[in-house]
Ligand binder design. Sequence first.
Ligand SMILES: O=C1C[C@@](O)(C(=O)O)C[C@@H](O)[C@@H]1O
Length: 226
Amino acid sequence: MDFEGFVLAASTADLTEEPDARAHADAVEFRMDRSSDPLAALDDYDGDLPLLATNRVEWEGGDAPDDEDRLMALAAAAEHPSVEAVDVELAAIVGARNDDALWTVAHAREHDAAVVVSIHDFEETPARSECARLLGQAREFGDVAKLAVTAEDRSDVLRLLALTNAQTAAGHRVATMAMGEVGRHSRAVAPVYGSCLGFAPVDPERATAPGQYDLATLRELVDTLR
Ligand SMILES: O=C1C[C@@](O)(C(=O)O)C[C@@H](O)[C@@H]1O
């Protein structure tokens, strides 16, 4: 995954759903944290779509406990030939598990997997300067710096879009989205301003973040607007 163009990732914890995603997605985001045996599922995977492996930690909206195993499993996933990218939280890289997270990033690269360094704010959309600072930090470690915020009003979305536009114009590879109802349209519009990665659940009943569109809808919206 080189993220040269927009990548629409279909999120699922069940890789056997991949055929349902093929018509609309460019990749599958494998939510390892929601799978009972993710490494076995990877060994069995014989789908067409490349995988972005995510093993989201509890404190960033996921189901994985914050232990050494989480990052080791993510690193092991990167060895799988279908895994073309991994997601590592910025807070893990700059936080207590810094060594494990940096090792995971390096290990993924050794196995030709791109690295998405992600930031989630489930409360608000920080000031533009803070969003820019976070993206700048994420960029130091990742091929893509990803920022998912929560929009409380439309001006939050405008701020995020303007920042996305500026970062893209400066040559930075970013993925941005505003979670929640107010920011929902950002999932369709941010790609117009350069966001290179978006998410929709394979099964609409199992959204992986607030405000997500279903997969077919997001594909159509993005393709229509671009
Ligand atoms: O980080 C992200 C973005 C996301 O939170 C979203 O808002 O679409 C969905 C997650 O599955 C993914 O890992």
